[in-house]
Design a protein around this ligand. Structure first.
Ligand code: SF4
Length: 249
């Protein structure tokens, strides 16, 4: 069991290898990373879809995304749309008013930055921190949304810390338990080797879904034996007859 101070690149590599032993190696998806053949608007489409995905299930994200891109001919039409009409179009994604505003702000910021084009291709040439800061200057785009765009679309080394990644990382001591989600992004990006950003993102989500659920974790697995530092963990409570992890964080 390691505390946050004991985590470094070498330990992150060990965690990756141990998770691969429990699951499978994560192959880079064909569409992952900077693609020289990508259409200029593909990054914008990723950004809008990621905004739609905030706090909603994948299935509703897909339905909202289809509705958005069926309804409007291009990004200019989305930016110029009446707010209420746009909100109605994406309603299935939840928080329609907020998300409509975020989408239109993202499109305005992109068009103004490029002098008229709806393209995020300029982010590819920026260092990751600068690219992330540009995206997070858009009100409603937080570190997770920015990291999804930068890692999934541009292949930049910044991990999207979703609920599973954050929970498992805190229980493993990789991230301090009191860290905000924004701080968790910074800590993880500072420790995880660049090339393992995407594989560990996938593997930590898999571990969160398979074993380390929020309310009833199944602690009996070889990875947790090495890494979990939960105070109420079954591994430390077995002598008291507690069958599962008692610590919910
Ligand atoms: S030991 Fe239990 S609580 Fe700790 S990380 Fe593993 S599944 Fe989660």
């Amino acid at each position: 069991m390691a505390t946050h101070d004991e985590w470094d690149e070498a330990r992150a590599r060990e965690l990756h290898d141990d998770l691969v032993s429990l699951y499978n190696p994560v192959e880079k998806a064909a569409e992952h990373g900077s693609d020289p053949d990508a259409a200029p608007g593909d990054g914008v489409r990723q950004l809008l879809t990621t905004i739609l995905s905030q706090n909603v299930a994948d299935q509703n994200t897909r339905r909202a995304s289809e509705s958005l891109f069926d309804q409007y001919a291009d990004f200019a039409a989305i930016e110029a749309a009446a707010h209420d009409e746009l909100a109605d179009t994406i309603r299935v994604a939840g928080l329609p008013d907020q998300k409509a505003s975020r989408i239109q702000r993202a499109l305005s910021a992109t068009r103004e930055e490029t002098g008229g084009a709806y393209s995020l291709a300029f982010l590819d040439a920026l260092p990751t921190d600068e690219a992330k800061a540009w995206l997070m200057d858009i009100k409603g785009v937080g570190p997770k949304t920015a990291s999804v765009v930068l890692n999934f679309h541009f292949g930049k080394p910044t991990m999207a810390v979703d609920t599973h990644v954050e929970r498992v990382s805190k229980r493993f001591g990789l991230v301090p338990s009191s860290a905000t989600n924004g701080r968790a992004h910074d800590v993880i990006d500072g420790i995880i080797p660049d090339e393992l950003t995407y594989p560990l993102h996938v593997l930590l989500i898999q571990h969160g879904r398979t074993y380390c659920s929020a309310r009833s974790p199944d602690c009996d697995n070889p990875v947790c034996e090495t890494y979990c530092r939960c105070e109420g963990c079954w591994r430390h409570s077995a002598s008291q007859g507690i069958p599962t992890c008692a610590r919910i964080s």
